[in-house]
Design a binder for this molecule. Structure first.
Ligand code: SAM
Length: 418
């Protein structure tokens, strides 16, 4: 169709590097699709929030209808709270310094209409399969029951069986195995996606992925036997406390101090790791991370990336200058050196870019965009990288995912067959 090279590459990879700025546009659905051999992530399920809006007649053209706000209007209204406390003033100053980078990134997106049109096509194609809100299994609740250790999941392997796990209980045929679902490292070491069944619900486990579903108290189950089997990319999206009733309804939170005891050093590969931490916009939290959490985890060379949230027409998800509802989130990125490294043999890591802006349309349930592909050039150690996501709600090919509801978005209703 005469698409530019970058657009063709985006249609395959889900990643579009915007011209003349430090920003990328990401379509998580396309990125996640690269994880599956036999399934496709359903765009209408992933973007159900947005589809819902579209279904009620809201426009998806870049010019935008009023219901999505005007093209750049969101950035013009500068509302400032009457009085800011000391920490809020620091946050506001940080925002003012960052603002030009966000505006530049956003303008670059609006200046790439082909990209937004390609995105609108995706929305139109799948619109007919718009699903009503589906019922989902509550793993957090089931996992907290007394009988949780007794619950089992059945794994159905496809034709090619290259199972490397040991000690799995064999049932009827070699294609079906039944194993405990909680507090157990479960791997699909085959090159094909695997269908699993738990209490008559089906979950898709991508090829070459592993998961461990447990509470924080059992996280030691993810620690590898030797550090040369440790992880070289670790993404963490903690359930930060923020007091919002909305968040409380989504998932349980953890006091910040509990995170200090995450066994980061025991998880890191002998050649070090790139660590990514999602955080909220609160300045108090940033102080805690910089002064206590990162020193405890031995994270250094820290840079900040930003996730800028937009609507399908390219307009910002909210007003850029609205203090308590910024349309962006921060990610802190740094390197972790294994503690045993002698001072004379300090490791050298690649320089990370600062103020990289990642733009995407947020999925339902505040899902974060997948980061592995964007960061792969900076990951130290052997290739393919050994990747770990903590507090995950989805699985990715080549990754180990841990959390108390790690199969949440693997429910088969989030997929269509290829
Ligand atoms: N990055 C994820 C995504 O994009 O879907 C969202 C992660 S969400 C911020 C935090 C997750 O941590 C939730 O799934 C929550 O249930 C889980 N969580 C909360 N307390 C936990 C605990 N004590 N142990 C394990 N996981 C916990």
């Amino acid at each position: 169709k005469g698409f530019s090279e970058e657009l063709c590459s985006f249609l395959e990879s889900g990643i579009y590097r915007l011209p003349e700025c430090n920003a990328v546009f990401v379509d998580p659905v396309r990125v996640l699709n690269c994880s599956y051999s036999g399934y496709k992530v359903s765009a209408s399920r992933y973007y159900s929030r947005t589809f819902d809006s579209c279904g009620r007649g809201r426009g998806t053209s870049p010019e935008g209808s009023d219901s999505f706000g005007s093209k750049k209007g969101n950035r013009k209204k500068r509302k400032r709270p009457v009085e800011l406390n000391e920490k809020e003033l620091v946050a506001e100053k940080r925002h003012q310094e960052l603002r030009p980078f966000l505006v530049e990134a956003h303008d670059a997106l609006l200046g790439t209409p082909d990209l937004l049109n390609a995105f609108a096509d995706l929305m139109r194609d799948e619109h007919s399969s718009l699903l009503e809100k589906e019922l989902e299994q509550d793993f957090v609740e089931i996992g907290s029951l007394w009988q949780a250790p007794l619950y089992e999941i059945s794994l159905h392997f496809g034709d090619s069986i290259e199972i490397q796990d040991e000690g799995l209980q064999t049932e009827e045929s070699s294609r079906k195995r039944v194993v405990p679902i909680f507090n157990n490292l479960i791997s699909n070491n085959t090159s094909k996606d695997m269908v699993t069944e738990f209490l008559n619900w089906r979950y898709i486990v991508p090829n070459r992925s592993s998961f461990y579903m447990s509470d924080l108290r059992q996280i030691h189950g993810v620690i590898p036997a030797c550090s040369d089997q440790g992880f070289s990319l670790i993404v963490i999206d903690p359930p930060w406390e923020n007091g919002s009733a909305h968040q409380k309804a989504l998932y349980p939170t953890l006091p910040n101090r509990h995170l200090i005891y995450l066994p980061i050093q025991q998880l890191v590969h002998t050649e070090g790791a790139l660590l990514v931490l999602w955080m909220t916009n609160r300045e108090k939290l940033r102080c805690f991370i910089e002064k206590e959490l990162f020193p405890a985890w031995a994270v250094s060379n820290i840079q900040t990336f930003y996730w800028l949230k937009v609507k399908p027409n390219g307009s910002l998800l909210g007003q850029l200058d609205l203090f308590h509802h910024r349309p962006y989130e921060h990610l802190l990125i740094g390197y972790v050196e294994p503690k045993k490294t002698a001072p004379e043999s300090r490791m050298t890591f690649k320089n990370l870019p600062d103020k990289q802006v990642i733009i995407s349309i947020p999925g339902a349930y505040s899902r974060k965009p997948p980061l592995g592909k964007l960061l792969e050039d900076f990951v130290p150690g052997p290739k393919p990288s050994r990747c770990l996501e903590l507090f995950a709600r989805e699985l990715v090919a080549g990754w180990t995912s841990w959390g108390n509801e790690v199969l949440r978005f693997q429910d088969s209703t989030y997929f269509c067959e290829k």
